[in-house]
Design a protein around this ligand. Structure first.
Ligand SMILES: Cc1ncc(C[n+]2csc(CCOP(=O)(O)OP(=O)(O)O)c2C)c(N)n1
Length: 673
C-alpha cells in the first residue's frame, strides 16, 4: 500500500479522510475498546460519498427527502460519529467523540437510533442494516410514486462489510431488492477480506460480485482508496435502473501496523503504533484535534445541504394545505382521526352479527376498513398471504410495474421482511405490517428485537398461534413463542379472543408511536365473546373482566385468545355446580401491567383460586398466578408442557388437556372439592 502516493495524488481529499481515521484512533484509544479498522479502511469511500453525493442537512437531520446513510457494519460506529461531528450535527459535538462508549453518551458502541439525531437505524447485529435499507428504499419508491419526484426523490446508501454479506438475512434482502429493482439503493461493500477470526476465505469463498449480479443487481468493483474511482462508481450506480453494489477493495486499518490483519478489526490502542499511523497519514495533531481548515472544509460539506433542503421546502409549500397536512401527519406517525370511529363502527357491527371466525379472518376484516383510510399502511406476508389474511382488496401489489402498490410479496423471507419493515417505519411516512406463521417469529427474531430496541411501531401479524392450527403438527405449532415475545422489552403482544378484541388490538397497534405490536391470531374459528357493544377500547387496559361470578366469587379464570372461550365454557360448568367464577380476558399483558394498581386489584382481587388458560407454556404466567396478590396454593395452569402434535385441532386440545372440563377439574381440586 503506497500511502505516500495516495496522499500526494489527492492531498485535500486525503486530509479530510485522515480526520476520520485520526478521530477513530483517538476515540477507540480513549475508550480502550471499539473497532478502529473499518472506519480507517472506509474513510475514503465515506468522504467521497458525503462530499460529492449525499444530500443531507446536519441542521435538519429529519428532513423527509434527505438521502439515507446506513452504516450496516455498525461496529465501525466511529465512522458515522466522525462524519456527524465533522459535518456539524448538533447532537455530535467533540465531547461526544471523546465520550465514545461511555455511560450516557450518544456515541454508544454501535449506532443506536434515537441517541443522536441523524442516526437512521440501529446497527451492530450484522446484516440488519443492509436488510433495513431495502425497506427504506421500498418506502421511498412508494412515496415517490405517490407524492411525485418533486417531494420524494432520494437515495439510500449503505456501507456493509463481509460480515453483513455472510449473514443469512442479507441474502433475503439482496434477493428482494433485486427483484423489486430498487434503483435508489446503493450498497458500498467494504471488501477488505478480513473478519474477526482471520481472512474471509477461512469461512467463505462466495464471489460476492457474481452473487449480487445473479440477484439482479448492478455491480461494480473498484479500489476503495481511489477518490475518483469511488466518485465515478457512485455516479454510475445512481444512473443504473437496478440496485447497485460497489465492491470497494480496501485495506482494514490502513496505515497502521495492524493493516490487513484481523487484529486491525478491533481496538487499536497501542500509543506508539497509533502515533506512527498518524505520521503515515501526515496528521501532526494532538488527540481529538482537527485543524480549523480541515474542519471548515467538512463543515462546508455539511452546509451544502441547506440550500437543497430549502429548495425542497419551497416545492413542498406549493402543495395544497390538505396535502401538506396529510404528509405531515403520516411522517409524524399519527393515525388519522377517523381511525377510532371506524374501529368503533366495526365493533358495533360485530357485536350484532357475532360471527364465528378465526382471528386471522377478524384481522382481515379490520384491515378491510383500515387500509382505505390509512394510505401509509404497507402490508405484506412471507409467502403466506392466503393464510395470514394480510391482503385487502384496495392495496394493490408493489412491484416494479406498480410503485403505488401497498402490498408486498416478500417471498419466503421472514427475517428479511421484518428487517425491511423496520426500514420502512424508520424511513417515515409508512406503517408497515407483515405476516407469517407465529412459529416462524423465530426466523424473524433478530429484526423483531430491533423493532423493540429502536421503538419502531411495526406490526407483526402472526397467525396460526397454537396447537389450534392442527394437522401441520409440532413444527408449526408455537408453544414457547408467547413467552419469548413477552420477555422482550417494549413489545406489545396481543392475543385477541375474537373479532372485537382483534379490531381493538389493531387500533392500538396503529396508534402506537414507539412500540412494536405482535398480533397472535388463530387459524381456527372462534366464537364472538364480546357480545355487548362497548365504545371503549377494553383491550387498551390489557385485561378486563369479561364475565363476572354469579354468587360468591371463588375462582378467577384468566385466558387469552382462543382459550377465552374455553374459560367461558369452564365458567358455565363451575357456575352450574354453584362455584362463582369470574373470567378475565387478557389480550395484552404489557398493557395490563401498565395499569394502575387499583385497576389491577379490581380485576385480580386476592382470595379466589386462579387458573391461567393458554395453549402455550406456563413460563411468565406466574406473574399473574402467584404475583398480583396470588397464592401458590391456590393457582393452577392449563396449557402446554411439551411440543404439540399432528392431529385435528379438537383432538389436540382434548389430548393436551386444554378443555373446559380440565379447567373446571383444576378449579375444583384447588378448592379442595
Ligand atoms: C449478528 C452478529 N454476529 C456477530 C457479530 C460480532 N461481530 C462484530 S464485527 C464481526 C466481523 C465482521 O467482519 P467484517 O464485516 O468483515 O468487518 P471488518 O472486519 O471489515 O471490520 C463480528 C463477527 C455481530 N456484530 N453481529
Amino acid at each position: 500500500m503506497d500511502i505516500a502516493a495516495l496522499r500526494t495524488a489527492n492531498p485535500d481529499h486525503w486530509m479530510k479522510a485522515a480526520a476520520i481515521r485520526a478521530l477513530t484512533l483517538d476515540a477507540v484509544a480513549a475508550a480502550n475498546s471499539g473497532h478502529s479498522g473499518m472506519p480507517m479502511g472506509m474513510a475514503d469511500v465515506a468522504t467521497v460519498l458525503f462530499e460529492k453525493h449525499l444530500n443531507f442537512d446536519p441542521k435538519m437531520p429529519e428532513w423527509p427527502d434527505r438521502d439515507r446513510f446506513i452504516l450496516s457494519a455498525g461496529h465501525g460506529s466511529m465512522l458515522l460519529y466522525s462524519l456527524m461531528y465533522l459535518t456539524g450535527y448538533e447532537d455530535m459535538p467533540l465531547e461526544q467523540i471523546k465520550d465514545f462508549r461511555q455511560w450516557g453518551a450518544k456515541t454508544a458502541g454501535h449506532p443506536e437510533f434515537g441517541h443522536a439525531r441523524g442516526i437512521e437505524t440501529t446497527t451492530g447485529p450484522l446484516g440488519q442494516g443492509i436488510a433495513n435499507s431495502v425497506g427504506f428504499a421500498i418506502a421511498e419508491e412508494i412515496q415517490r410514486a405517490t407524492w411525485g419526484k418533486k417531494i420524494i426523490d432520494h437515495n439510500t446508501y449503505v456501507i456493509a462489510g463481509d460480515g453483513c454479506l455472510m449473514e443469512g438475512v442479507s441474502h433475503e434482502a439482496i434477493g428482494l431488492a433485486g427483484m423489486q429493482k430498487l434503483s435508489h439503493l446503493i450498497v458500498l461493500f467494504d471488501n477488505n477480506n478480513i473478519t474477526i477470526d482471520g481472512t474471509v476465505d477461512m469461512a467463505d469463498v462466495t464471489d460476492q460480485n457474481a452473487r449480487f449480479a445473479a440477484a439482479g443487481w448492478h455491480v461494480q468493483a473498484i479500489d476503495g482508496h481511489d477518490p475518483q474511482a469511488i466518485d465515478a462508481a457512485i455516479t454510475a450506480a445512481k444512473a443504473d435502473p437496478r440496485p447497485s453494489m460497489i465492491a470497494c477493495k480496501t485495506h482494514i486499518a490502513i496505515g497502521h501496523a495492524a493493516q490487513d490483519t484481523s487484529k486491525g478489526h478491533g481496538a487499536l490502542t497501542d500509543p506508539a503504533q497509533l502515533q506512527s499511523a498518524k505520521e503515515v497519514y501526515g496528521w501532526n495533531y494532538g488527540p481529538f484535534e482537527v485543524p480549523a481548515d480541515i474542519k471548515s472544509q467538512w463543515e462546508a460539506i455539511g452546509a451544502r445541504g441547506a440550500q437543497t433542503r430549502a429548495d425542497w421546502e419551497a416545492r413542498f409549500a406549493t402543495l395544497s394545505g390538505t396535502k401538506q397536512a396529510e404528509f405531515k401527519r403520516i411522517f409524524a406517525g399519527e393515525a388519522p382521526k377517523k381511525l377510532s370511529a371506524t374501529i368503533r363502527a366495526l365493533k358495533k357491527q360485530i357485536t350484532e352479527s357475532q360471527p364465528k371466525v378465526a382471528t386471522r379472518k377478524s384481522s382481515e376484516m379490520t384491515l378491510e376498513v383500515i387500509n382505505p383510510i390509512m394510505a401509509e399502511t404497507i402490508g405484506g406476508s412471507a409467502d403466506l398471504t392466503g393464510s395470514n389474511n394480510t391482503k385487502t382488496a384496495d392495496l394493490g401489489v408493489f412491484n416494479p410495474d406498480n410503485r403505488k402498490g401497498r402490498y408486498i410479496y416478500y417471498g419466503v423471507r421472514e427475517h428479511g421482511m421484518a428487517a425491511a419493515m423496520n426500514g420502512m417505519a424508520l424511513h417515515g411516512g409508512a406503517k408497515p405490517y407483515g405476516g407469517t406463521f407465529m412459529c416462524f417469529t423465530d426466523y424473524a427474531r433478530g429484526a423483531m428485537r430491533l423493532s423493540a430496541l429502536m421503538g419502531v411501531p411495526a406490526t407483526y401479524v402472526m397467525t396460526h398461534d397454537s396447537i389450534g392450527l392442527g394437522e401441520d403438527g409440532p413444527t408449526h405449532q408455537p408453544v414457547e413463542h408467547l413467552a419469548m415475545m413477552r420477555a422482550t422489552p417494549n413489545t406489545h403482544v396481543f392475543r385477541p379472543a375474537d373479532t372485537v378484541e382483534t379490531a381493538e388490538s389493531w387500533e392500538l397497534a396503529l396508534t402506537s408511536q414507539s412500540t412494536p405490536s405482535v398480533l397472535c391470531l388463530s387459524r381456527q374459528g372462534l366464537p364472538t365473546v364480546r357480545t355487548e357493544h362497548k365504545t371503549k377500547n377494553l383491550t387498551a387496559q390489557g385485561a378486563y373482566v369479561l364475565a363476572d361470578a354469579t354468587g360468591k366469587r371463588q375462582a378467577i379464570l384468566m385466558a387469552t385468545g382462543s382459550e377465552v372461550s374455553v374459560a367461558l365454557a369452564a365458567r358455565d360448568l363451575l357456575q352450574s355446580d354453584g362455584i362463582g367464577t369470574r373470567v378475565v380476558s387478557m389480550p395484552c399483558w404489557e398493557l395490563f401491567a401498565a395499569q394502575d394498581e387499583s385497576y389491577r386489584r379490581k380485576v385480580l382481587p386476592a382470595g379466589p383460586v386462579r387458573v391461567g388458560i393458554e395453549a402455550g407454556v406456563r413460563f411468565g404466567w406466574d406473574q399473574w398466578l402467584l404475583g398480583e396478590r396470588g397464592n401458590a396454593k391456590k393457582a393452577g395452569f392449563v396449557g402446554m408442557q411439551s411440543f404439540g402434535a399432528s392431529a385435528p385441532a379438537e383432538v389436540l386440545f382434548e389430548k393436551f388437556g386444554i378443555t373446559a372440563e380440565d379447567t373446571a377439574a383444576q378449579v375444583k381440586a384447588l378448592l379442595g372439592l
